[in-house]
Write a protein that binds this ligand. Structure first.
Ligand code: COA
Length: 260
């Protein structure tokens, strides 16, 4: 995989590890990072050898400390609206990836960093992780989907408190809020993700992709999630992997999924 200016990428056991690599700026999301994330996700969609993705931040201190505030200095209303829209589009691409995307949050996940983590399918946090939407401290507000995804993940009351106070929460509180699935020591972050992804990689890719779509449909008011689920369930039955899975169960053997 050719290199990106602001990302370090590495394939391991069919998982693409994407490390946001601006540690001296606490991995703040400037426009180049957003461009690179968009481009790398295109590859995730395209290449069958990539079965899953992990997103993390370089260094021990920060996952992503937010959008790059230095790029905000001279934005007009129109510029800022367009910037939010572009960011939302990139995060939408992550959220709707047909392959699982896990955020391994290794420190600060603030502002756009918290929004990026929430765009991933789920979050594993290190014990030192800190989450929050501190945009109000700058006289602005969430803009990369945070008002919607935080509300979906932690409920209206908690989301409202976080976005209007700008207060941060630690990993244990994030776990209690249901924002993260696991809290582990920093050194075990990637291992935890891999232990989950190994299980997912054994499944039929179509089952996984359609399951992701169906869960995402629960949050899309434009479509009826139950109808979407029924359609996706039906689609699975067109695959050889479904035939193999069902036959293997009946024959009391382990299925061998081939991805077709
Ligand atoms: N945008 C741009 N640069 C950022 C940044 C951001 N969101 N967050 C951190 N940085 C930069 C700092 O400017 C500093 O760069 P410098 O060395 O060139 O001055 C570097 O990263 C280290 O940050 P620093 O503030 O010195 O680290 P700290 O440990 O004292 O504080 C934070 C860490 C996360 C509490 C603090 O950096 C912070 O509040 N960041 C902004 C968080 C935020 O408001 N995010 C939402 C933005 S919309």
């Amino acid at each position: 995989m050719s290199s990106f200016q602001t990302l370090f990428t590495k394939m391991e056991d069919h998982t693409l590890i994407i490390t946001i690599n601006r540690p001296d700026k606490l991995n703040a999301l400037n426009q180049q990072v957003m461009k690179d994330l968009d481009a790398v996700m295109d590859r995730v969609y395209k290449f069958p050898e990539i079965k899953s993705v992990v997103i993390t931040g370089a260094g021990l201190k920060s996952f992503v400390a937010g959008a790059d505030v230095k790029e905000f200095e001279s934005l007009s209303k129109e510029d800022a609206t367009a910037l939010a829209k572009r960011g939302q589009d990139v995060f939408f691409k992550i959220e709707h990836s047909p392959k699982p995307v896990i955020a391994c949050v290794n420190g600060f996940a603030l502002g756009g960093g918290c929004e990026l983590a929430m765009a991933c399918h789920f979050i594993i946090a290190s014990e030192s992780a800190v989450f929050g939407q501190p945009e109000v401290n700058l006289g602005i507000m969430v803009g990369y989907g945070g008002s919607q995804r935080l509300t979906q993940r932690v409920g209206k009351g908690r989301a409202m408190e976080l976005v209007i106070t700008g207060k941060t929460i630690n990993a244990t509180q994030a776990m209690n809020y249901g924002l993260v699935n696991y809290v582990v020591p920093q050194t075990e972050l990637l291992d935890k993700a891999f232990s989950i992804l190994r299980v997912v990689h054994e499944k039929a890719p179509k089952s996984v992709a359609n399951s992701i779509k169906a869960v995402n449909a629960a949050w899309n008011e434009a479509e009826n999630g139950y109808d979407v689920e029924a359609k996706l369930f039906g689609e699975c039955f067109t695959t050889h992997d479904a035939k193999e899975g069902i036959t293997a169960f009946i024959e009391k053997r382990k299925p061998e999924f081939k991805g077709n």
